[in-house]
Each structure stands twice: as structure tokens, then as C-alpha cells.
Design a protein around this ligand. Structure first.
Ligand code: GLY
Length: 617
């Protein structure tokens, strides 16, 4: 389907000019457009030049995609591939995710040699838990009250990691290959090393590593182990080889002994010792008690499709369901908006305003506080929210959000998360998003095992009334508590389409980038489902971001400068009251989509902003 009712020659020209203005040598994420051709009305009519695959992994690093493909080529399924890619990402994207972090995996199983009762979709939650010291007032009383960096740097920022438990749970229950086979590519990459790419060098040379140590020279000694491995004066150069023999030791132990090596064994002891040396006593039972959870996916219908998104403690599924619902609630009007027009952008922004206001007020870990999922996503509520969108203007902050009965920091560290999408030729699919929160997490590296520990505690409402590192203001429902999981934006999503009586995977998608995960994932979904834009182009399109608070609408330059009736998209939105900032998406989306032209094959896209590449056959 395509919606443009008039030729967009002028818009097309604007995109071409803006794209050709990008320096090819600029770092991948700031030269973020990557738009090689304009999103015109004819996108769906052109013969596809998009490569297609019978099985494929799209990760945000090509070597991680290849680790997954290696499993698929051995006859493994999408779960084997996703687990191999995830362990490889721990090595090749150590600033984004890894065995010191946590994640969410959406698994759609259509066929499995051991399992019956398929098809079935599982939302596997292996997000970090708060350790037992983390009481609700931990960050508002001395000594943490007086340390503004306590929730982002060092041992107090670290929650109990879930990645190893989650990946091995997925492998044992839904994969098909042995543990040592699936871990082999990651071990190889850690031992033999891999070349630093542009995104990696950007992070090490940027405000959050180089800049951080310039601003806080006293922390050089505190994070000496981090600096020895990841900031040694060599590993900030594109092409330099990064070897991680210590992390290889951890991965070998996990391959040999399974999750017990990490939760009740030598790696546990090393993590506890590392935290202790930085002033925090975490108990052995904090680790022994870690267990991943199987959740029921949130389900919503959109354009005759079944959209399976992640439930709380993710906020992503609810926000995505609400926004898709608001688009459907005024479908005939929305479908008259030109692609990438001021009207389409305004409607999406206002819908995001409502959904992010709800995120801020109502969402948290449902194991600890009531979360009104049904009320927030009910048809009546969605109709009410959609009806309150005024196409002529934006509104004051307090008018957004559900009517239920009952300045953020701009120094973003945007890449502390990674998403991969995988499909096999058996009909199975995995959308997997993992994180250590901000870039290089807490900067604490486990002595002897060389991996970075997360700083996921900052995703809690550590200081009520104050925004976190992503500028998110969150409710006291999201205060920390022992064993509680912080609210997340990770949104691994699988879309199923009924094709002649048989439901098939149509789209596997997700992103990194804090709250931008949600807006990036949504926009690629809309591009793919409504506008039929192939996966590799959908992930590269210019995007917007709005999260209700702060009241800023970020628009990537190619879209901001695109001409529309009466001005550019940015100038028209400015006149409607939006506080428009032209800036980068700070989000990387990976998507796999069933080819509309050959239903046995898939398109795949890794976001050019982060420099990833899919690998498939
Ligand atoms: N730490 C990013 C997220 O989970 O939203």
C-alpha cells in the first residue's frame, strides 16, 4: 500500500540534496541519514533491488550477524542464531550490551524438532534485578544523595545481570544446538580480536569516555581496569584490533558449566569482588536467585496484522500499541497525509505525547506495582486520546495522557543497547534487544573476566522529580526495590500476517537508543507496513523523536528541511507550537521483513547510523 496522493518531486529532490550533502567520511551515526533514494510514492511500485535471504540475522555489527548466520548454516534455528549473535555482541559491541547486562527476547516458534503446540510466541524477560541493598530511598539519602553520578557510574549503578541466564534459557528451551557450538564465535572473536569500527571509535573518543575522563580526572584510577581494556590509546582508532582474553575466559566457563558459572561460581565471585572494591556489598543470593521470566506478549491489531510487542517492565509495547491504535482510530484522515509531511509528523508527535505521558505516570515493574495495561490500551481510551489530537497545534504538557481514574539531561549516551532481528527458513523468528544501559554501562569491568557491568539502576526513578540520563521523568511506581526490575524502553517486536489462512512472520524489528528505541521501532513499522518500504531503506529513513518531556521534537535534517505546503516540515511544525530541534536520531534499528515479492525470502536492514550489516543466505 502507498498513500501519497500527489507526486512528491520537490520532497524527493530535497532528500537527494540532503543525502548527497553527507560526508562519506563522517562517523556513521552523525552522517545518519544514509538515505540513498527518496521515500516517494513510487517506492512500492519499483521493482525491488533489495537483496533477499531464506534465513538471515540483522545485528548492529556485521561480525555478530555472521556469528548468527554460522548457526543457521549448520541447521540451527533462529533462537540458536540469536543467542550466538548476542554472545558475539558482548565482544564486538562491548559499549552497547553484553554478559554484564540484560535484555528482552521475543521468540516466535512455528516449527521445532522437540516442541508441540506451535505456533507460539514467548516474551522472554532477562532484564536486570535491583540488588538487595537497593531500597526505594537509597539514592535520596546520604551518601548517594550527594553523589550525582551514583546511578550511572560505579558499583551503585549496577543491577544483577540477566543476559547469561536469559540466553542460556532461550537456547536450552527453544534452540537446537549445543552450548559450546553457539558460544564458539564469541570466544573466537574475544581471543583473536576484531577491528574497531567507526561507531566504536566514536564512542571511545566521544563525550562519554574521553570527555568523561577529561571532566572527571579523579575517576581515571577508579576505572583503571576499564581504561586498560577499552581506552588504552589504541582502541580508539578505526582498524585497531581489540582482543579480550579475559572476556574469552568468562565465555569459555559459561560454555563449559552453563549459567551456574555466572550465578553461582567463579564469575559470581569475581563480580562480587569487583563491586566490593568499589564500595558495594552484593550478596551471593542476589545472584543465585536470578531467574528469567516468560511473559505473554502484548498483542494489538494493526492493518490486518497481529503485532506482538513486549509487556511491562518494558514500556515499549504499551507505547507502540497506543500509537498504532491512535493511527487506526483516525485512519481515513491519517491515510490522507503525505508520507513524511508536516501533518503526518504532527499526528505522530501528538500521539507519542499521549503515550509517553502515560509511560511517565503509569508504568513500572508489574511484579511490584499495579500497571493498568488493559485500561491504557483499551479501545475506548485509545479513541479518547486520538480524539484529543488537535491537528492545528501542539498543547500544554499537562493535557497529554490517559484520563484514568486513578529538563532532561541532553548529554545522552545513546548506544548502550543493541538490537538484532533473526529469521530461519523453518518459519521461526527472534527479535532481541539487550542493554548495559548507557555506553559502557557503569564503566566497572569485572577483574579477571574483562566484561563491563551495566548501569541499569539509572532506569529506576532514583531521584523522584528528576529526569534520568535519557531525560525521562518517571513515576514513584518505578522507585528501586530489592528484586525489582527498572522500567525499560526496549521494544523487540514481531508482526504476523495472515497469508491465505496461514499466519506468517512479516516483520521482526527493534532498536537501541533509550526512549528512542520506541520511536525508531514505530517509524520503521509504519514505513514497512503502511508504505511498503524495504527493510534496508526503512531503517535508514530520517526519523523524529518526541517523548512528551522534555517538550522537544527532534527531527533529522533531511526530514526537517523537506518542503511541504507553506514551508519546510520543520517550519510548519514550529508554527503549530512545536519546539523543533534538528538533530540526529540517536537510535539504531535492525529489521527483517518478509519480501512482498517472494514470500519464502526476507529482506534485512541494519541501521547505517551504527554501521551494522545483516548476514544471510
Ligand atoms: N536501558 C535502556 C532501556 O532499557 O530502556
Amino acid at each position: 500500500m502507498h498513500l501519497n496522493k500527489r507526486p512528491l518531486a520537490a520532497l524527493a529532490a530535497a532528500f537527494v540534496i540532503a543525502a548527497s550533502g553527507c560526508s562519506s567520511t563522517a562517523p556513521a551515526r552523525s552522517a545518519s541519514r544514509g538515505v540513498t533514494s527518496p521515500p516517494t510514492a513510487s517506492v512500492s511500485q519499483r521493482p525491488s533491488i533489495e537483496p533477499t535471504y531464506r534465513h538471515v540475522v540483522a545485528a548492529d555489527h556485521e561480525l555478530a550477524s555472521k556469528a548468527g548466520l554460522e548457526m543457521l548454516e549448520r541447521g540451527g534455528n533462529a533462537v540458536d542464531a540469536a543467542v550466538a549473535s548476542s554472545f558475539a555482541l558482548s565482544v564486538v559491541r562491548p559499549y552497547s550490551c553484553g554478559i554484564g547486562g540484560g535484555g528482552f527476547m521475543m521468540i516466535h516458534l512455528a516449527k521445532h524438532p522437540r516442541l508441540t503446540g506451535l505456533p507460539r510466541t514467548i516474551a522472554l524477560d532477562y532484564r536486570e534485578f535491583a540488588p538487595s541493598w537497593a531500597t526505594p530511598d537509597a539514592f535520596t539519602k546520604p551518601p548517594l544523595r550527594d553523589d550525582p553520578l551514583a546511578s550511572t557510574e560505579g558499583a551503585h549503578a549496577v543491577a544483577i545481570p540477566g543476559t547469561v541466564a536469559g540466553l542460556l534459557y532461550a537456547l536450552e528451551n527453544y534452540g537446537t544446538l549445543p552450548r559450546d557450538v553457539v558460544l564458539a564465535p564469541a570466544i573466537r572473536l574475544a581471543e583473536e580480536g576484531f577491528p574497531i569500527d567507526a561507531d566504536h571509535a566514536r564512542v571511545v573518543n566521544g563525550k562519554n569516555v574521553k570527555g568523561f575522563f577529561e571532566r572527571h580526572p579523579a575517576y581515571r584510577a577508579r576505572f583503571a581496569e576499564f581504561r586498560r581494556i577499552y581506552d588504552d590509546g589504541n582502541t580508539n582508532r578505526v582498524g585497531a584490533i581489540l582482543k579480550q582474553p579475559d572476556q574469552a575466559k568468562a565465555l569459555r566457563l559459561i560454555a563449559k558449566d552453563g549459567a551456574s558459572a555466572f550465578y553461582n561460581g567463579p564469575i559470581t565471585d569475581a563480580i562480587r569482588a569487583t563491586l566490593k572494591a568499589d564500595g558495594v556489598a552484593v550478596t551471593a543470593s542476589d545472584f543465585i536467585n536470578y531467574a528469567p521470566k516468560e511473559l505473554a506478549p502484548l498483542e494489538t491489531r494493526f492493518r490486518s496484522r497481529r503485532v506482538l510487542t513486549f509487556p511491562p517492565p518494558s514500556s515499549g509495547g504499551i507505547v507502540i500499541s497506543q500509537v498504532l491504535g491512535m493511527i487506526e482510530a483516525r485512519k481515513s484522515e491519517y491515510d490522507r497525509f503525505e508520507y513524511a509531511s508536516a501533518d503526518a509528523t504532527h499526528y505522530l508527535t501528538e500521539a507519542l505525547g499521549h503515550a509517553f505521558a502515560d509511560r511517565s505516570r503509569h508504568l513500572a515493574d508489574p511484579a511490584f506495582v499495579p500497571v493498568p495495561v488493559l485500561a491504557l490500551t483499551s479501545a475506548t481510551n485509545i479513541r479518547d486520546l486520538a480524539g484529543r489530537i488537535d491537528m492545528t497545534r501542539t498543547q500544554p504538557a499537562e493535557s497529554y495522557g490517559s484520563r484514568l481514574t486513578s529538563a532532561g539531561a541532553q548529554e545522552l549516551r545513546d548506544a548502550g543497547t543493541s538490537h538484532l532481528s533473526a529469521v530461519d527458513s523453518f518459519g521461526n523468528a527472534v527479535a532481541c534487544t539487550e542493554t548495559i544501559n548507557l555506553e559502557f554501562g557503569s564503566m566497572l569491568v569485572v577483574k579477571g573476566y574483562g566484561f563491563v557491568l551495566n548501569n541499569q539502576m539509572d532506569d529506576f526513578t532514583t531521584r523522584p522529580g528528576q529526569a534520568n540520563a535519557f531525560g525521562l521523568r518517571q513515576d514513584e511506581r518505578n522507585l528501586p526495590a530489592p528484586g525489582k526490575q527498572p522500567l525499560s524502553s526496549m521494544s523487540p517486536t514481531i508482526v504476523l500476517l495472515d497469508d491465505q489462512g496461514k499466519e506468517e512472520v512479516e516483520l521482526v524489528v527493534g532498536a537501541s537508543g533509550g526512549p528512542r528505541i520506541i520511536t525508531g521501532t514505530l517509524q520503521v513499522m509504519l514505513d514497512s507496513i503502511i508504505h511498503d518500504i524495504p527493510a534496508s531503506r526503512a531503517v535508514a529513513q530520517p526519523r523524529i523523536h518526541h517523548q512528551w518531556m522534555p517538550r522537544t521534537l527532534t527531527i533529522e535534517a533531511d526530514l526537517a528541511g523537506a518542503p511541504d505546503v507553506g514551508g519546510t516540515v520543520a517550519s510548519i511544525l514550529g508554527k503549530r507550537g512545536h519546539d523543533v530541534k534538528v538533530g540526529s536520531s540517536e537510535c539504531a534499528v535492525q529489521a527483517v521483513r518478509r519480501s512482498p515479492r517472494d514470500r519464502n525470502r526476507f529482506e534485512a536492514g541494519s541501521d547505517p547510523r551504527k554501521g551494522g550489516k545483516p548476514a544471510g543466505q
